[in-house]
Structures are given as C-alpha cells and as structure tokens.
Design a protein around this ligand. Sequence first.
Ligand SMILES: [Zn+2]
Length: 343
Amino acid sequence: MSLKIKVPIAWFGPGTLVHHASIVCEGGRVTYAGPSAAAPPGDEFLEVDGFLMPGVADRHVHIRLADPGAVLLGGVTAVRDLGWVPEEILALANASELPSFTGPVIRAAGPMLTAPGGYPTQASWAPAGMGRELEGPEDAAAVVAELADAGVASVKVALNAEDGPTPSDAELAAIVQAAHERALPVTAHVQGPGQAERAVGAGMDEFAHTPWTERLSNPLLESAARTMRIVSTLDIFSFGRVTPELRTACDNLVRFRSAGGTVVYGTDLGNGAISAGIHLREALLLYEAVRMTPEEVLGAMTAGPIAVDGPADLIVLGSDPLMRLEALGDLRVVVRAGRVVSG
Ligand SMILES: [Zn+2]
C-alpha cells in the first residue's frame, strides 16, 4: 500500500527547496521525492496546502518520562534516549521499529556510566539501574562491550562533578576506546569546572547538553569543534526565561559554532517542563540567541534529507518555517514509516 502526498512546497534538506512537490512512500521508505509533474501515482493520495519537511529528530530525551504517542503526534518521528535502565529502554527501542508502535523510532544509550555514588545514582527521579557505577578501566571497557552487545546506539557518560564523584581519566579513556572499537559514539553530560575539558581530552564525540556551568575558553571550544558536536538542550536551562545558565550556554554555543562546530537539536524531554513533540522554544533559541538561520535550525532538527530509500518520516506545517520559524508550531500532518498518524 503506497501513499502519495502532494504539497505546494517541500524542503527535502539543507539547500533543497522544491515547489509543487510530491512524495511517494511504500513499506516505510520513500520511493519518490521530487516535482509533482513527474511523480508516480499512489494507492492512497493526500494533498495538503502546506510546507513538507523531514520529521523532527530529538537527540536528547528520556522517553520513559514522556508519552511516546504525544511525541509522535507533535511532529517528532525519531528520538535518542540518553539515560534509562538498559533492559527496559532497549526493549522499547526494539518495539519502536514495529508498525504497531505508536511513537517515534527510539534509539537508546542505556544507562549513564558513572563513578560509584556518582550522578545520577543519588537523584530522586532516577530509577535503579539508570546509572552504571564503574569499578576501574577494565570494568569500564567490559561495560561498554556489554552495552554494545545489548544494542545501544551510543554510550553516555556522566561527568557531573556538582552532584558526586565522576569516572577517572583512565576510565574515560577505556570507555572511548571500547566504544570506538564498536563504532559507538560517546556522549557526555558535563557539569562543573573542568569537566568539559576532560570530555574533550578523552576524545569523546558529543556534549549531551550545551555546557552551561562555566564559560569555556576559545581554544577549548576550537578543539571541541573539530571532533565533537553539541546537543543544544537550551530551554532546559531556562524554561522560557533568561537565566545565567542560558546566557553561559548560548555564549559557549555561539563561539563553538564560530569555530565550525556542529549543533543538533535536543530538548532533554522528560526532565522538566518540555512539551512533547516539536519544542518551539528550543528552535527559537537556536535562531534568536545562537543566531542560526532558519534553514540551519531545520537542519539541526532533522536527521537527514528526504531521499529515495530514506525513512518515510515526514511532517507538513501550515506555513513556511524558512520565512517564520513559528510555523513549526502549526503542524498539519505527521507521517511515520509511510503511514499518516495525524491530519
Ligand atoms: Zn537528559
């Protein structure tokens, strides 16, 4: 059963805006994306007066603290869970690939690797098993191998010196080496003086949040920009207000981008008052406070361009977000794996 969607305007990805576009999907994949004039027919046909783009990917969520159905209906078709009990979240990630699942496709890091007694093992909101306490470099490497076998998509490390002890540099080195041997990226929660520098020094691949507890030096941001990307999560520092934490984070993020660094959209959904689905305030902060262009913001919010053989995960907005980003709040249709879930 194929589905064809026709729209007056579609953004396939950075640099590719198509007027009078059609997308045809079948079996969860895109089989045609291009001008309507050349499009093949579909078994099912939907014409929407709106702006079509890839579904939004949120690179930092805790999906067990949210409603997956609401996340999908809100336009987010893919999420990466950065911290939960591994057995539970990996089972959910597997289930999310099935057509019967009502929610975004979920990829997961499993637990946060930490020191004995370290964050988040003492946090009131964290279930038992959300932090994995390391007992030396050999144990750290073994834990990463175990998680890789279990099917994690990345490895999360807690470097939160404000809330307890953190793994040693030797453990960090062992984590990065073991993860890279399995082609897994390492993402770090850094909080407290010197922790961002430790993550860069250990060769980690990503900051799970924009560092917000201290102003990072230009040389540090320059070396981070060469090898790491940053998941934004700006609104989690402010919830719509202006706070010192938000100012510090934006200052770091602007200079990271000036040094050529890559920023992706993430909200830390589940941790505080973040709305399920597209979180407009996060997108607006990237535009207003970080000075990304609307097209750069859309690029940060999506996992890849609409293309033949790519996932048929699409959204249609009521107007053009390249003209006015607030259009991200005017969602008309959500398509997940080639099936219309709203509209
Ligand atoms: Zn988080």
